[in-house]
Design a protein around this ligand. Structure first.
Ligand code: ZN
Length: 509
């Protein structure tokens, strides 16, 4: 005979073993104690959070030979029959399987018969939102005039799809996703009772993956046990789930620290070919980053979930914190969150992972660039202040009119793009722009380009060039070759200015 699954074996048999839904259980127990059982309940909540189990417990509580009681005995004929799924008074209908038409029809025919063994007839309709309109209408007629001692429990993962006419006749309970820690505790308890050795990290991964659903968590633990020979380790669980292992995650953060784009793209590729789930990879990396933030702020913070994913040695963890500051960690989380969101909507999350990586690495480079630019600007500002002081002393005045470098580049582009000026381009391209005030253009030729210089200063060429430049800019241009602007006023001025501006000189008036 096949081994009973953990989920079935450890299904809660008493209210006390339903985990993570205390608010629901307490209210139900109060209702039982004060005999205020209503005709219809709606249990809404994510899959695997205990809706059907609680419905069965309610049936037991109502029909136990010692009941109605908040503590069904689990021994009497009724309790055992319900546990074994063969009670003649408890009907389970799956709304999803054939959308319920025949079942609801049958329900209407039999609902008025008295309970066979127990005091109540209990109808549990799972995934009620899947019922057809006809089935809903038939159900509604029964709900409008409910027979005595009949209790309906409707379970749904999508309450918004249940017609309002049904909802208004139900007492509603919302089942919540079970917190990861609560799932872990339950898994620890069950593993101990099963005599199975497990690493706590493995249970954390299972709990995280099952996203608040105990049923999924127990199924995963079942699988992991089947995969493992001796101990259920994190590595086994990760392999089983096709998840990213600690090694790959560590590499990922090292790559970010080193701003190694090529390595990062290779890592994504090898994870993909290794059958890893890239969405999970990104989610895990986000969790590591989040934990790094916490540990960064407080080195004595308790063990964080991301530490379990990466390694259990805080030293390794702190090593990574050292290289990635909090601002960048936040950036990592934000960028990956966006990639995960987009990646989930496509069959190709790889693309979004790649893009996220490029963003993260370019950003770091950019912020380095911005940093060096900022110090450069500060430097220039200092020099400018000094220069202004000197100019003030020399009673000269400097006024910026044109950015000669930009102007020069544009001009060369224009000369290059036309056949009849291509020759001038060839001569002028080696020259260095010095100053330009809108009409007077000062350029220098390096000594090694005497041939070029000679061609430009040749009066015939010079006037042609001036005419062409004038055509292109729409104003009269006078070309000054190897001459110093403002030389008459202050022979040192050019040298001083050049020192400061590195070649871009403003013409004094
Ligand atoms: Zn009983």
């Amino acid at each position: 005979m096949a081994r009973l699954s953990l989920y079935r074996k450890w299904r809660p048999q008493g209210f006390e073993s339903v985990v993570g839904q205390d608010h629901v259980i307490k209210t139900l127990q109060n209702a039982i104690e004060t005999s205020r059982i209503v005709h219809a309940y709606l249990f809404a909540g994510p899959r695997g959070t205990g809706k059907t189990s609680t419905a069965r417990l309610l049936a037991k509580a109502l029909n136990c030979e010692k009941g109605p009681t908040t503590q069904p005995c689990d021994e009497c004929e009724s309790c055992v029959a319900i546990r074994e799924g063969r009670s003649l008074d408890v009907f389970e209908i799956d709304g999803a399987s054939n959308r319920g038409i025949d079942e609801i029809r049958q329900l209407r025919e039999t609902v008025r018969f008295k309970a066979t063994q127990g005091k109540y007839k209990i109808y549990i309709i799972d995934e009620i939102h899947m019922l057809t309109i006809e089935a809903f209408n038939a159900l509604l007629k029964t709900l409008e005039e409910p027979p005595e001692n009949v209790v309906f429990v409707f379970a749904t993962t999508e309450p918004q799809k249940v017609p309002a006419t049904i909802l208004s006749r139900c007492q509603r309970f919302t089942f919540r996703r079970i917190p990861t820690e609560v799932i872990v505790d339950r898994l620890v308890e069950i593993s101990e009772k099963e005599g199975v050795k497990v690493e706590e990290g493995a249970l954390h991964i299972i709990a995280e993956t099952s996203q608040g659903g105990m049923r999924d968590a127990l199924s995963l633990l079942d699988q992991a046990m089947a995969f493992s020979k001796d101990v259920v380790t994190s590595k086994i669980v990760q392999e089983m789930l096709g998840l990213t292992d600690a090694e790959a995650l560590t590499s990922f953060f090292t790559i970010l620290a080193n701003q190694d784009l090529k390595g990062g793209l290779e890592l994504i590729r090898s994870a993909l070919f290794g059958g890893k789930d890239l969405i999970y990879f990104m989610e895990s990396a986000m969790q590591v980053a989040r934990s790094l933030l916490v540990v960064n702020a407080d080195k004595t913070a308790p063990l964080q979930p991301g530490e379990i994913l990466l390694s259990r040695d805080r030293k390794d963890f702190l090593q990574i914190v050292k290289t990635l500051d909090s601002v960048y960690l936040v950036k990592i989380i934000e960028t990956l969150a966006e990639a995960v969101q987009k990646g989930k909507q496509t069959a190709d999350p790889e693309l979004f992972f790649d893009l996220a990586l490029v963003t993260l690495i370019e950003d770091k480079e950019k912020s380095n660039e911005i940093e060096s630019l900022r110090s450069l600007v500060e430097d220039q500002n200092k020099k400018l202040t000094e220069l202004e002081k000197k100019i003030g002393e020399g009673k000269s005045q400097v006024k910026q009119k044109y950015d000669v470098v930009t102007y020069w580049k544009e001009m060369l582009e224009k000369l290059k793009s036309k056949k009849d000026t291509l020759e001038f381009y060839a001569f002028l391209v080696v020259a260095q722009p010095v100053a330009f005030d809108g009409h007077n253009l000062y350029i220098n030729f390096p000594e090694t380009y005497e041939f070029h210089r000679a061609n430009v200063v040749n009066p015939k060429n010079k006037s042609l060039i001036e005419a062409k430049l004038g055509e292109l800019t729409g104003s009269t241009i006078k070309l000054h070759v190897d001459k110093t602007p403002g030389a008459k006023k202050d022979p040192d001025f050019l040298a001083k200015t050049q020192d400061v501006f590195g070649g871009t000189i403003l013409k004094p008036e």
